[in-house]
Design a protein around this ligand. Structure first.
Ligand code: PEP
Ligand code: MG
Length: 537
């Protein structure tokens, strides 16, 4: 049994086998080798494993999506055995005396460039396939995997790092816990783990030898145990069952009001990243959705989601929430949330860069598409629209102007929509200081304490080294919250918190004393926060 300690970002226990996740675009190093025969043997062995994987994926795909759609995996198998492809790899190994990973990556690049330049559309499209098979071979060679399709049981996913765009594409039903080497407790991957209600630990040096081993993740202590001894296994199993019992007890609070003993009621909503999260909001009796991070729709996509795709997503959420409030935040892309198809340039300070509302106002065609989809969906439920990263009244007026134009356009086209509530996120010190003026322009504020802490304390929330001083309880943050509540109320706006701090039950009393109207938390925190509120005088 080996034990390592990192930083926990969600207090829960998971027990299962380890899956070592490999980033798709892993960079491959060129290394000199003397024994080229041995490298060719490694290639042959990896090819056999990869073909076996493809065969299993193909069979599963035939069952799930039919033979025609599964045919792509047959093409992959054929390509992997193609003489030209195999010869090129062996030739590079023997002629250049290099490692197999390098030979595979180079062949993959060369073949994919060659296909991309062909006139025939079918052949052009093969460029991506050849890249896919070389990546598959490289991940087999590294002992890590990119593909969870072969797994029969849920696993503990371990990776050096996970970007939000990768995390959203993982099959959540197969993940028991996350363990990463990098990442901070305020990163979006950490937030996602909380949304998924699974333990996550960061700061662990992941080792290749752990692949497939049994592990225990203790989110209470930050301990990761590999190959646990029977006594420890029993102890943790008992603790896990105790946790499950506590969860069961909290279920008694379903259907109860979120109200203090003296009758002060607050709205307790949930944060979601997509349509699939609505199920856990309903299971945990969320009274509404206080933050739908709409950019996750963009992160999951290979290209800009169309108006229709977005409309369907917002409509489904609104309908499933059956008249309860659904606050959708407009696109908050940029900083750590990157997607290739936006073509954003690399910036020195991305958190303070071209992101969120700044992109939307600069590229109004993207913004209009989203607003049209949101307004159309508003006819099917109780949608509110919220703008992120606001720093000026001017920005809000501009958002309102574009929204009015989109409404007029829909009206002309005879398309139904409702007069939705609009709000802004308070995430910057600038927004705090102009909150009195902002409050006159909008119906509500939602305080994004993750970013508000970052910008108030000048601490990059992605920087794990600064985790210990990234303190959302800092008086500067708490006084900002107090000020925003007062100013929001002066202008007639209701005020909520949708940052992670909203779920911190050590502050529930403070927020209620400050006059907060709403808290929006990850679905798994709804019942614990309700419990905390109901315990207050
Ligand atoms: C926040 O900043 O607190 C917030 C809720 O937005 P995000 O975490 O998505 O930046
Ligand atoms: Mg934010």
């Amino acid at each position: 049994m080996e034990q390592y300690t990192g930083k926990s970002i969600f207090r829960k226990i998971a027990i299962g086998r380890i899956f070592l996740y490999q980033k798709k675009e892993s960079s491959v190093k060129r290394e000199h080798v003397e024994d080229t025969e041995q490298e060719i043997k490694r290639f042959e062995a990896a090819k056999t494993v990869a073909l076996g994987q493809l065969q299993r994926i193909y069979q599963k795909a035939v069952k799930d999506v039919g033979e025609d759609n599964a045919a792509v995996f047959e093409v992959h198998m054929m390509m992997m055995e193609d003489d030209d492809f195999v010869d090129s790899i062996c030739h590079i190994i023997t002629e250049q005396k290099v490692n197999v990973e390098y030979a595979v990556a180079t062949t993959g690049d060369n073949f994919s460039n060659m296909f991309a330049q062909m006139d025939d559309d079918y052949m052009k499209a093969r460029a991506a396939d050849v890249k896919d098979i070389s990546e598959r071979l490289i991940s087999v060679l590294s002992g890590r995997e990119t593909d969870m399709g072969n797994l029969d049981e849920p696993v503990i996913l371990m990776a050096d790092d996970l970007a939000p765009s990768e995390t959203v594409q993982l099959d959540k039903s197969k993940i028991l816990a996350f363990v990463t080497r990098h990442g901070s407790s305020n990163s979006h991957t950490a937030i996602l783990a909380r949304t998924m209600n699974i333990p996550a630990i960061i700061g662990i040096d992941i080792q290749d030898a752990w692949k497939g081993k049994m592990a225990i993740i203790n989110g209470y202590t930050g301990e990761v145990t590999i190959d646990p001894e029977p006594a420890y296994f029993e102890e943790m199993m008992a603790k896990k069952q105790e946790d499950e019992k506590k969860q069961e007890l909290l279920k008694a609070l379903k259907g109860k009001e979120t109200v203090t003993k003296s009758g002060k009621k607050i709205h307790l909503y949930a944060n979601i990243g997509g349509v699939k999260d609505v199920a856990s909001v309903l299971q945990n009796d969320g009274e509404g959705i206080g933050l739908f991070r709409s950019e996750f729709l963009y992160l999951e996509s290979e290209d800009f989601p169309t108006e229709e795709q977005q409309f369907q997503a917002y409509k489904t959420v609104a309908e499933n929430m059956a008249g309860r409030k659904v606050v959708v935040r407009t696109l908050d892309i940029g900083a750590d949330k990157q997607v290739d198809y936006f073509g954003l340039e690399k910036e020195d300070n991305p958190a303070m860069g071209y992101r969120a509302i700044r992109i939307c106002l600069d590229r109004p065609e993207i913004f209009r598409t989203q607003l049209r989809a949101l307004l159309r969906a508003s006819a099917y439920g109780n949608i509110s629209i919220m703008f992120p990263m606001i720093i000026s009244v001017q920005e809000v007026l501009e958002c309102k102007r574009i929204l009015a134009e989109v409404k007029a356009e829909l009206k002309d086209q005879g398309i139904a929509y409702k007069d939705v509530e609009i709000g802004v996120m308070i995430e910057t010190p600038a927004a705090v200081w102009i909150s009195e003026e902002l409050g006159r322009e909008v119906d509500f504020f939602s305080i994004g304490t993750n970013d508000l802490t970052q910008y108030t304390l000048a601490i990059d929330r992605q920087n794990a080294k600064l985790d210990s001083i990234n303190d959302s309880h800092h008086p500067a943050v708490l006084r900002s919250i107090q000020k925003v509540i007062e100013n929001g109320h002066k202008g007639g706006a209701w005020v909520g918190i949708c940052g992670e701090l909203g779920a911190d039950t050590t502050l529930t009393k403070t927020f209620i004393d400050m006059g907060i109207d709403e808290l929006s938390v990850s679905p798994s925190f709804i019942l614990p926060v309700r419990d905390a509120v109901r315990g207050l005088e």
